[in-house]
Design a protein around this ligand. Structure first.
Ligand code: SAM
Length: 375
């Protein structure tokens, strides 16, 4: 990957530079192969010669039966134009246009070099010969710029790891333009007021994901992971997921529920008629009422198995939730609680074994609960 990754302070503040490993892309995308036949794929946050998304699609172009692959990158990206290959390919490249963003448009991939297989050398040769196109963008490569938006209109499926800081707007743009997509995002996006309704309406869902929702990216930022979790040259980021609106097998598979309900193990909220289930694996198979589960439950959500009622972090998304009330706050304080809670808050509170707020809960209901055990 690129050597020079110096960032200006604005870029550092936005923290958008996380480059996805090819192996992670391969692991996720093998579940979507059937969707790509005859399609135009657009990677719109991807330096054609640095992004592993571009690499994945160009090297699997024929296997997936793609019609066209388009990749565009952003001026702001510290890796835009840093890779030598681009300067090898584009005549007249100078220091001046080094940071200019490019577009790559691929419609044919074959063994141009005649060495017996297709690799990135063939891709480079196909650009040089003009059979595919690699040219500077007119604008800055912002995914919202007119030229990138016209590529978006042409595309069937958008696949990338977009800037985390623009995730809301990014997804809204794709949904508005009725595009299929497979994207990497942070798990906190689940509780964004712009994203949760899309999950609730079955317009988007989560993909297969990273082990333990932890991803390792190539990045210019410092890795703060403890040494046992550190991977040389990579940065560890927790809470990373794939978001998609393409159908995958996993989302039709029921979660296996092994626990049974009993009133001692499952506490009810004080201000809402639902039980709190702090670990999704503990969802009781025989509870017919409402349950509050952590947001990571969404990685196992099957809309045929569960109804998605609301999210405690999305204002007014849970019908019927009451304010905590002054009594609750007084008892919480009497127990030494120091959180900035007020009587008017509608966070979900429990009082057993002590008063506390159950944070970031998704409220669900099992559509087909098992019959409770007799006695
Ligand atoms: C999380 S990184 C991922 C890069 C690449 N897609 C990958 O997975 O390796 C997001 C990239 O989007 C770029 N970016 C930031 N703002 C953008 C914008 N408005 N339009 C397009 N790309 C943008 C960043 O510079 C960064 O390189």
């Amino acid at each position: 990957m690129a050597g020079n990754r110096k960032l200006n302070s604005a870029k550092t503040a936005r923290k958008d530079e996380f480059y996805t490993q090819l192996s992670d892309i391969e692991k996720e995308l093998r579940h979507y192969k059937k969707h790509f036949q005859g399609k135009t794929v657009f990677c719109n946050c991807d330096d054609p010669f640095e992004s592993n998304f571009f690499k994945y699609f160009v090297l699997n172009f024929n296997r997936l039966g793609l019609k066209k692959l388009i990749a565009t990158c952003y001026t702001g990206s510290p890796i835009a134009g840093k890779q030598l290959s681009i300067f090898d390919i584009l005549d007249g490249s100078t220091e001046e246009n080094e940071n200019k963003p490019y577009k790559a448009i691929v419609t044919t991939v074959y063994d141009k070099t005649g060495d017996g297989g297709v690799d990135m050398f063939d891709v480079a040769e196909l650009f040089k010969s003009g059979e595919n196109e690699l040219t500077e963008l007119e604008g800055d490569g912002d995914f919202r710029s007119p030229e990138c938006m016209s590529f978006l209109d042409e595309a069937d499926i958008v696949v990338t790891n977009p800037p985390f800081s623009l995730f809301r707007e990014y997804v809204a743009t794709l949904v508005e333009h009725k595009k299929s997509f497979i994207l990497i995002g942070n798990q906190n996006a689940i509780k964004y007021k712009e994203i949760f309704p899309l999950l609730q309406n079955n317009e988007i869902w989560l993909g297969y994901g990273f082990q333990g929702n932890v991803a390792f990216f190539d990045s210019p930022y410092e890795d703060v992971a403890v040494s046992s979790q550190h991977k040389e040259g990579l940065i560890r980021v927790s809470g990373v997921m794939w978001f998609t609106n393409l159908d995958i097998k996993k989302r039709h598979e029921d979660m296996i529920l092994v626990k049974r309900y009993n009133a001692d193990d499952y506490v009810k909220y004080d201000n809402y008629d639902a039980i709190d289930v702090p670990k999704a694996a503990d969802i009781p198979c025989d509870y017919a009422g409402k349950m509050g589960v952590p947001i990571t439950f969404m990685t196992q959500f099957n809309p045929d198995q569960f109804e998605l009622i609301g999210c405690s972090d999305v204002a007014d998304s849970i019908p019927g939730v009451q304010i905590l009330g002054q009594d609750w706050i007084d008892q919480y304080r009497a127990q030494g609680g120091t959180g900035h809670y007020t009587a008017n808050m509608k966070s979900l509170g429990v009082s057993t074994p002590r008063h506390k707020i159950a944070f970031s809960r998704i409220i669900i209901r099992n559509k087909h609960p098992e019959a409770p055990k007799e006695g």
